[in-house]
Ligand binder design. Structure first.
Ligand code: 13P
Ligand code: SF4
Length: 304
């Protein structure tokens, strides 16, 4: 860390105490942001933290839907997103209006919304899920027909594991579609002893080559297992920092150096400090939408 960063971190920590703030950080964030976290995790773990944590302010280092979910669960806390441009393009692939239209065409399907959605879409959904609990969430429903939004690949993966009829939305994560089966195949040849672990947002052809299909939090737990010494990792590149930091001596090979989510990388130490100084930008959900969206998020947390 250079002198400038050391000074930024010192100021962040001072101001964090003054503001009674906690810093929640997603596993894809830059290493220097992971290092200032009170908690680093996946979408499910971060929403659980947001629901239970005792603080006046949450500085959310992740993307917009994650900060929104924190605000849905903890409306009395000030939720700061250090850069409002940090969105999730996949979350924007379904709007509430489009979903209402599709629901009319499928009146007897349960709507399962990946947590990578806007609050308005969550408000139109029966239940949310993350990559960590998607299978349990869908299994918990009595309905046999599932309208899953917006990630077609996560939806497809669940449909191979749960015996229900699925209607998939054509959304996808551009970062995860950069992870290609040919490269996984080459790495398997090159590292025959390595476990291949991929995120369920990957293409089905990639998932077919994996030993494990896990959320980012699941990957971090899996990496700690005694018999895992080499891991080929099929997800966004930022997780490699945490995996290496927590598991010195083990080998982590990213499938693609190009699998970088540009939105996740918008959060910097400078922006974290500025957000604490200015207590902005704040993410807040209109109360009527929040209350409806919370029903879907709470149902998910009951299953998780
Ligand atoms: P996780 O919930 O597994 O961390 O995934 C979040 C995400 O945005 C993946 O692209
Ligand atoms: Fe969204 Fe993909 Fe970035 Fe995750 S990696 S936040 S799904 S764009």
């Amino acid at each position: 860390m250079n002198e400038n960063d050391v000074e930024l971190v010192r100021k962040i920590n001072d101001l964090k105490n003054t503001r009674e703030a906690v810093i929640l950080v997603h596993n894809y964030q830059l290493g220097e942001i992971q290092d200032i976290a009170d908690f680093v995790g996946d979408s499910l773990e971060l929403s659980q933290q947001a629901a239970q944590i005792d603080a006046k302010v949450i500085v959310f280092c992740g993307v917009h839907f994650m900060a929104e979910t924190a605000s849905i669960l903890s409306p009395d806390k000030t939720v700061l997103l250090p850069d409002l441009n940090a969105g999730c393009p996949m979350a924007d692939m379904v709007t509430a209006k489009q979903l209402r239209q599709r629901k009319k065409e499928l009146p007897d399907a349960a709507v399962v919304a990946y947590v990578n959605t806007t609050a308005e879409v969550k408000a139109e959904s029966d239940i949310c899920c993350t990559s960590a609990n998607a299978i349990s969430v869908v299994e918990s429903l009595s309905c046999e027909k599932i309208l899953f939004v917006p990630d077609q690949y996560l939806g497809h993966y669940i449909s191979t594991r749960v015996n229900k009829e699925f209607f998939l939305w054509p959304g996808f994560c551009a970062t995860h579609t950069r992870i290609l089966p040919q490269r996984v195949f080459e790495l398997k040849e090159h590292y025959p002893a390595a476990k291949v672990v991929v995120h369920p947002e990957c293409r089905p052809e990639v998932i077919a080559l994996a030993d494990e299909v896990l959320s980012t939090g699941g990957m971090c737990r899996y990496a700690r297992l005694e018999d895992v010494n080499q891991m080929v990792v099929g997800t966004e590149l930022g997780i490699i920092y945490r995996l290496r930091k927590e598991n010195p001596g083990k080998i982590f090979i990213p499938v693609s150096e190009q699998a970088i989510c540009p939105n996740m990388k918008l959060i910097t130490l400078e922006k974290v400090l500025r957000s604490l100084e200015e207590m902005a930008p704040e993410v807040k959900v209109a109360e009527d939408i929040r209350l409806r969206a919370k029903i879907a998020v709470d149902k998910m947390l009951e299953v998780a």
